[in-house]
Write a new protein. Sequence first.
Length: 251
Amino acid sequence: MKKRKTYSINVKQINAYAGRQQLLFNIKFKVPTGKVCAFIGHNGAGKTTTVKTMLALRPLNIRSKANIRLLCSDFKDYRCRKNIGYIPEKGNNEHITARDFLRYIGYFYGLTNAESDKKMEKIIHFFKLPKNRLKVKMNKLSSGQNKIITICQAFMGKPKLIVADEPTDNLDPETRDMFWRFVKQYHKDHPKTTFFLITHNLDEIEKYTNYIVVINHGRMVYEGNYDRSPGLRQKYAKMRDAFEAKHRNLW
């Protein structure tokens, strides 16, 4: 019997407003379970708004509508949150040490301090971050070290879905490579985990992802498998130009 396809993300509808200005126009897409998906679009296309709406981090005003299922649950259902890891675009600036911050995240996932310490030390070791940086307050870390801790917190539980907003931003080339090696290894060990990553780096997308969702000016352009063949830059440019020619009179 053929296995029924499951989706970690099923966005049935998002119409988002800021006041009277519409930001997202009937966004719809699905991401099958186990995919490493890149979410692509120009600056201001609506990617972060989409992600924050999906994760119920952005309040919906009276005009906005959202019908979303994450891991087969309604996106507002708190019970699915423990199966989701989120890497925000900007690091955390709390006035607490990195260790205390990660212990707090671990507590959310039901971990003891000892379990949290073991997990965080394993992850920062992979990223070659010195253990003594865990004693430094988050707002005193460099932007790159802060981002590593922010990446670490997304994996403190046992996530079935990782949502990341430009996860390699502020990372040096070596650490960027470490991040993608970490993703590849984690995905190999947990093949049913889905990654949904906002990124502007088309070269990284060509190397590491197998599914793409494209958005432009708050509207859907494309969703589907990506076979990692070269030439994404040209394909993306053609999709963008065709979309803008079709919708130019709406702006």
